[in-house]
Ligand binder design. Sequence first.
Ligand code: PLP
Ligand code: SF4
Length: 351
Amino acid sequence: MTAARSLSTVDDLVAAGLVREDKRAQTAAVAERYAVAVTPPLVALIDADDPFDPIARQFVPDAAELVTLPEERDDPIGDLAHSPVEGVVHRYPDRVLLKAVHVCPVYCRFCFRREMVGPEGLGTLTPAELDAAIAYIAGRPQIWEVILTGGDPLVLSPRRLRDMMERLAAIDHLKIVRFHTRVPVVDPARIDAALIEALKASGKTTYVALHANHPREFTEDARAAIARIVDAGLVMISQTVLLKGVNDDADVLAALMRTFVENRIKPYYLHHPDLAPGTAHFRLSLAEGRALVERLRGRVSGLCQPAYILDIPGGHGKVRADSMAVEEADDGCFRLRDFRGETHFYPPKES
Ligand SMILES: *Cc1c(COP(=O)(O)O)cnc(C)c1O
Ligand code: SF4
């Protein structure tokens, strides 16, 4: 199946054969609640006859999303509590997130920011908000790195990216600009010379963190887009969400990590799935995740080893999920120590 444009309505999904007629009403209820978009390259990758297709599972809405559990949260990693000005999240001393835009080319069904992204989400920063965000960064010499995320920052036009990068380039204490994106795999044609040029800032080092979850996402076009970025001198790292029914298998994870490395992308983070609303069907337990990561350790090169990360619910930051900072307690619950040394429980006890 090839599509000329992104599928973003239930009618589109039914017409493309990705949602069965008898699931139309349920799917409409999901689409009413959470944004939907599947780009043509992904539509082409989906095997509509396979009920367990790992690409469909990531992007095609499922009735299971209508079930929200008590421990799930609208803001699972506590962005809002650490947002000093609109669009900035400042949780760690030396780095901030800058969320200039809240739309994405695709909407992942497991998204941890699903209550904030989408056509009806938080929108794009206004010029005044962007001024305030840049002023916040410029005024704090301890900020060494800015992480552009969202939403997907690579949906911005090269002109807008260039403007933003020029303003960041003017901040002396800032050394690193990192983009978090899914565009090279979900819309590789967008990665052209003008866009790549716009990601560079004079005197700064640019990192591009690619979010991909299954080796099949690396189509020939995606590999070529990645090669254009790396050939231009930008450093690429990876980000993967560990997802039940997508990549919760040691062979799939090993193949995915090797694919990153073969494409000159250093595996960086493997995220334990967050407590985002309507995503219980994607979550495995921390014990299951740790066992999978343990199996990956022995079987593939050290180049292929990501750090296994849990974002502590409530905004306490990330913790290495396979480290001494995470201890299994007798009741199957885990005790986590955050970067400040405070203890939390997972799953959270209060909710
Ligand atoms: C995840 C995150 C970062 C980046 O953390 P790294 O460990 O450097 O990748 C920075 N700020 C916030 C608020 C985050 O949630
Ligand atoms: S691309 Fe990232 S921010 Fe956008 S829907 Fe997917 S996980 Fe969420």
